[in-house]
Structures are given as C-alpha cells and as structure tokens.
Design a protein around this ligand. Sequence first.
Ligand SMILES: [Cu+2]
Length: 457
Amino acid sequence: MNSRRDFLRGAGAAILSAGLVSRVQAAGIPEAKIQDKPGTEGPLVPQGGPAYNPVVTLNGWTLPYRMKNGVKEFHLVAEPVVREFAPGMVAHMWGYNGQSPGPTIECVEGDRIRVFVTNKLPEHTTIHWHGILLPSGMDGVGGLNQPQIKTGQTFVYEFTMKKSGTFMYHPHADEMVQMAMGMMGFIVVHPKNLNSMRVDRDYVFLLSAYDIDPGSYTPRTSEMTDFNLWTFNSRVFPGIDPMVARTGEKVRVRVGNLTMTNHPIHLHGHDFEVTCTDGGWVPKTARWPEVTTDVAVGQMRAVEFTAVAGDWALHCHKSHHTMNAMGHQTPNLIGVPQKDIAAKVRKLVPEYMPMGEKGMADMSEMGEAMPLPDNTLPMMTGQGPFGPVEMGGMFTILKVRDQQKRGDYTDPGWFDNPPGTVAWLYEGEEPNTNRAPATPTSSNDLKVRKPTGHEGH
Ligand SMILES: [Cu+2]
C-alpha cells in the first residue's frame, strides 16, 4: 500500500513538474497528504498565513495546508488504515489520511479555514468539530446539521476560528462504530499574538481505547466497557515515543479523551497546572498545582510545567490502563503454591504455565519465553536501563536533559544519574524490624463469602 501511495505521489509530482494541472488541482481540491509511518513527526513550520509556534503530535503528525485567497485549505480523507500499535502488532482501523488518529489540524485565531472531507469508507460519515464555536450547519451531526457524506462524496466545511485553544474532531455518523474504529483527531488554534501562552515545547495526543482479541486485527466495535488496548494516539508502550525537553524549558502537554472512560494522567518529578480545557484558557488566578489530572470522556486538558532533568514516567494512573491485552477473569493466585497443580494440568494441557503465584511481575520477562498468538503484544514489556519496565498501554517517558538542544526532538537515550542519586541496595546488617504476624489468629479470621444472585449488577 505504501509503495502504491509513493508511486501516486511521485506520479503527481511528475505531472506538476511537467507544467500540467492534475485532476485534483483542476477540481479545486488541495492534495490530500498521506502519512505512512506511526512515529512522531517534528513540528510543521507554518507555510503561509500568520506565524505561530507549532505543536508536536506524539506518534502523529500535522496536516499541511495551502492558502487560497486568504483561506486555509485542508483535505481530510476518511478511509480504512493499518495502524501499528507497537512493533509486533498492527490493527485494521478506520482513520484519516493513512493513520489513526488523523493528522492534527493547526491554525491561528481569526483564520478562516476550509476543510474538504472525502469519504473513502464503506459507509457514510461526517465530521464534528468538538469545542469549536461555529455556525450550526457546520457542526457535523449527521441528519441534524447536514446530510451524511456518502461513500465517494466530498463535503466542504468552512468557518472562522473565533478563539484559540485545543479541540478535537470526530464523526457524528454511526459514531459508536466509527470512533471505536479509530476515527478522531486534534485541532490546535494558536493565539494571534505569538507571545501569548507561549511555551518552548507543546505536545499533543489523544487517549483512545480498543478491544482487539489476541490473534485478531480489527477492533470489536460493540464493546462498551471491557477494552484491552489503552493507547496514547493509538500506540501502546513500548511503542509510544518519549517526550523530550531541555532542562528549564516550559512544556505544555495537551491530552484529549475520546475513550469510554476517564483517565487520570499522572506525571512524575514535576508539578503542573491545567492551563487550558476544551472551553478555553484557564485564567491564572483559577489554576492550582497538580501532579495528576483526570481527563474525563469528551474532555481535553492542557498541563504546563517547567522541565526537570531526568527520566520521568507519564501515564494513566488506572493500573489496568498501563497493561496490554490481558484477560480480566484471572483468579488471584498470590500465595497459592501451584507446583503440584501445574504438573497435573500439564498432563491435560502440555503448554500450561502457572502464573501469579508471587504476583504478576514475572509477566514482563515472560514476553520472550511464552508463545503468543499472532499479532498480539506481551501484557507488559519495554526494557529500561535497570531492567524490564513493567508497563504497556498508556505509558511513556518524559526525558529532560541539560544538553538537549532547543527544538531537538530526538531521543537522548537513558538519563545519566548524578552520583549518589539512585536508590541503592543495602548490604549491611539486617535491621531488626517489627512486622505483622504472617497468619491471622483464629479469632480475627475473616469469613467472607461472595454474594450470589446479583452478578448482573
Ligand atoms: Cu486510563
């Protein structure tokens, strides 16, 4: 598919360089740029119109535009895409311009924008511009504000960006299916004044969740609650790129939530303030310090902090959301010796491997040892400088370095901790510590039985 796209792009360039006008140009529609890689693209310097400080989309990219008589023109193509969640697993999804999520749209307060939306899906669609103040007929709710865009049709949305801030776009047509298939993207409207709300680095990403059975490729769109892949921009750790910064830089991270549940996003080593919601910028006097901010469904939160040198985890604080595909019906076997049971079960199921006798930590090493179904990621993986990082899902690393050059987004590798600043192994005499008795006395023995007959609640 990539080579075909490259060929088409190449062919288009050849025709233009020959001085001819392509069919797309003749029709007055800007070329739809396609992205075929899931990595983080650097900031896209504005190509016309007012200047702004561009954002960086984590494991994503910004859609280029063209200026036409003072109007910024974009071309989104709704289409089936193949998205790599992490090396070793791809999903068959629906998205925009080659990826899911779609490209970030960037413009400036006061800009008039025109978005051509071409539908290459097998069913109709629309686009809703979440949070943007616009005429009712541009709001994109199929049937309410406009007829749905049928397969093969192109619709035009045109409106003026009244205020700066952070917004999202997604279909409002068969949205249960289309959003569960990955159709969503970010919109950043920069302030007219270059120095207003200025930061040194500005990262954006969307939270999204999918239910893809181990060994399969397509999200189950009827799932309401029991998702098994929790993602930052449809990538899971260790496939999520790090965010990098230079020590002392002012950093903004904008996070939008288009999943079916809330995500408390937690950053280590810093305190931050929420400076923007989908409703607009938060006045300085109304902000308070936080280390975790809950991003509810259909919300965006932008946090700002001053970067501190180190390797810092940034993740959803729901511990099941920093895991890759796993079964949730597993009984808790901590403290249950399984050796004898395992031998018996192996007579019936030769590959049976007991798990969880001492906890689940050995799962991170099991990734290599245990055979997995095709197209399935280990539950938790990723190697750090000190061993396995026992995470998957919504987890990445903020890497802050004194030497990181301004505007350099390349991964600086692992942090070189100053001497004496790493937790160390105590090798002296065992201290005399008190501890709780290993087994409860018979008088406090808890007799608990799970209630029955209310399983549906
Ligand atoms: Cu979460």
